[in-house]
Design a protein around this ligand. Structure first.
Ligand code: NDP
Length: 499
């Protein structure tokens, strides 16, 4: 199989503001590379503050004067289902572009397109079914919740599984009647450039969706600091999240922060070990290991440790590395040479911190491109940097434990708290252990299977707030409380001279 440009690449990637494709005001562009050759294959418009101002102004106009926020939920829902239909019908093309731009194996990129469509269907259905509490104090008062969109939502997304992550924010933000400005990651702008046509074709009015591209420190920053953007939903690195939190604070913006992770997979001796092996290998090596919820620390009960490590290493060595476009590929190329350098530096660091049992550098036969062999370190101590820090690549640290207490201590011994996976056939242990884990999400005897109704998000350095199901509706709307008296107003009569 040869590395070939997919058909249908645009000549350049532009911003999309108020229903029009436009270049940056000052004509600035940035180069986009693809991760197998690391060659520039396209340029994208690089938005500055002036472009962000235009995008926000368009979104604000569409919110204040346009039909979108006032439409019946059923009308918006129909349009969003059309968005999902179009995304699904372009599954093939989308997967090809996503895989080309990000290095994701093609089979896994296809799954992401389907999930993106599902995000739109889910929120299209939810807004029609959505209802709020009415409370009554008999004979005195009725109270109800008047749910309103907030205005212009600023959506800032990372480069891993970009199209799907964008859909995870776009769908609830738009479904609930907001208008949006999306700022995708600069490493992977290609699939984001598909949204304008998709929304246009589905019948989303001009100005509801606006796309800006360009540096996070410039375009992203201008969006975060813009006074007409009352809420920011951000997914990315914990340090960027902290900075955004500081920058948004003076304007008291609504913030949802989905940040990094160093999630544990805990394998007890009484688990179904075949299932645990499948899931723990998949968890850290799927999506090239560029996954926020990756189980990148595997904690294994001592009595099965040696055997489990040996089998884990065997699996890692057998993983098929290849061109992202090859359907046989299980691990492709990392997104960008800078990220490749970062991951490789952890691989080198790990050689002094753990026992290398698989991988450990560039895979054989891949002298170029951002390829890292699936790498397994065993006997990793909890104070090791490869145990503590998010690597975000195909690198895993395995550590033994002797007791439940020790396993829990190890599981919680990082600054992160996004996900955790527990493998045991002991029901009581599973629930008690889950309760003790400091993480936003726990999967018991399961890999990362999402139910879109459940809350998604982390604790500690992994984030702030929850999205998913009604939590997304809550984040993207104001729940205005309306009180009606059913009787006399009963106000104390100030200034009435006691009469
Ligand atoms: P970054 O934090 O570097 O970037 C994320 C986005 O923020 C990009 O669009 C970036 O733009 C933008 N950005 C950067 N600086 C600023 C700024 N000062 N103000 C506003 N926006 C800014 O993360 P990565 O793209 O490197 O993504 C990987 C990270 O995302 C990992 O840590 C991973 O764990 C996390 N992640 C978390 C998930 C979760 O749900 N918890 C899910 C997926 C990923 P630009 O690209 O131009 O730099």
């Amino acid at each position: 199989m040869t590395h070939q440009k997919p058909a249908g690449l645009p000549d350049k990637i532009q911003l999309f503001i108020d229903g029009e494709f436009v270049d940056a005001q000052d004509g600035a562009t940035f180069d986009v590379i693809e991760p197998v050759s690391n060659e520039v294959y396209i340029t994208a418009a690089s938005a500055g503050k002036a472009d962000v101002d235009l995008a926000v102004a368009a979104a604000k106009r569409a919110f204040d004067e346009g039909p979108w926020p006032k439409m019946l939920p059923r009308e918006r829902s129909r349009i969003l289902h059309r968005v999902a239909d179009i995304v699904e019908s372009r599954d093939e093309q989308l997967a090809l572009l996503e895989s080309w731009d990000s290095g994701l194996p093609i089979t896994q990129a296809k799954g992401q397109a389907r999930r993106a469509a599902e995000n739109f269907r889910f929120f299209a259905d939810l807004i029609v079914a959505e209802h709020d509490n009415v409370t009554k104090v008999p004979g005195r008062q009725i109270n109800y919740v008047n749910r309103k969109p907030k205005g212009v939502a600023g959506l800032i997304t990372p480069w891993n599984v970009p199209f799907m992550q964008e859909s995870w924010k776009l769908a609830p933000a738009i479904a609930t009647g907001n208008t949006v400005v999306l700022k995708p990651a600069s490493y992977t702008p290609l699939s984001a450039a598909l949204w304008p046509e998709i929304f246009r074709e589905a019948g989303v009015p001009d100005g509801v969706f606006n796309l800006i591209l360009g540096s996070g420190g410039v375009a992203g920053d201008a969006l975060v600091k813009h006074p007409d953007v009352p809420l920011i939903s951000f997914t990315g690195d914990s340090s960027t999240g902290a900075m955004i939190s500081t920058n948004a604070a003076p304007l008291l913006k609504g913030l949802s922060l989905e940040l990094g992770g160093k999630s544990p997979s805990i394998v007890f001796a009484d688990a179904d070990l075949e299932e645990a092996l499948d899931a723990t290998v998949f968890s850290v090596f799927s999506l090239n290991g560029e996954r926020c919820t990756a189980g990148s620390r595997v904690l294994v009960e001592r009595s099965i440790y040696d055997d489990f490590v040996a089998r884990y290493a065997e699996r890692a060595k057998n993983i098929v590395i290849g061109l992202p476009s090859d359907p046989a590929t299980e691990v492709g190329a990392l997104v960008h040479p800078s990220h490749f350098e970062k991951v490789m530096s952890y691989v080198e660091l790990g050689k002094g911190e753990g026992r290398l049992v698989a991988g450990g550098g560039r895979p054989e036969g891949f002298p170029e491109g951002n390829y890292v062999a699936p790498t397994v370190f065993a006997d990793v101590r909890p104070d090791a940097r490869i145990f503590q820090e998010e690597i975000f690549g195909p690198v895993v640290a395995i550590t033994p434990f002797d007791t439940d207490e020790e396993a829990l201590e190890l599981a919680n011994d990082t600054k992160y708290g996004l996900a955790a996976y527990v493998w045991t056939s002991n029901l009581k242990r599973a629930h008690n252990f889950a309760n003790g884990i400091e993480s936003g999400m726990v999967w018991l005897n399961s890999n990362n299977v999402r139910d879109l109704r459940t809350p998604f998000g982390g604790v500690k350095a992994s984030g702030l707030g929850r999205e998913g199901g009604y939590r997304s509706v809550d984040f993207y709307t104001t729940a205005q409380s309306i009180q009606i008296t059913l009787n006399e107003a009963h106000s104390p009569r100030f200034g009435a001279g006691g009469k």
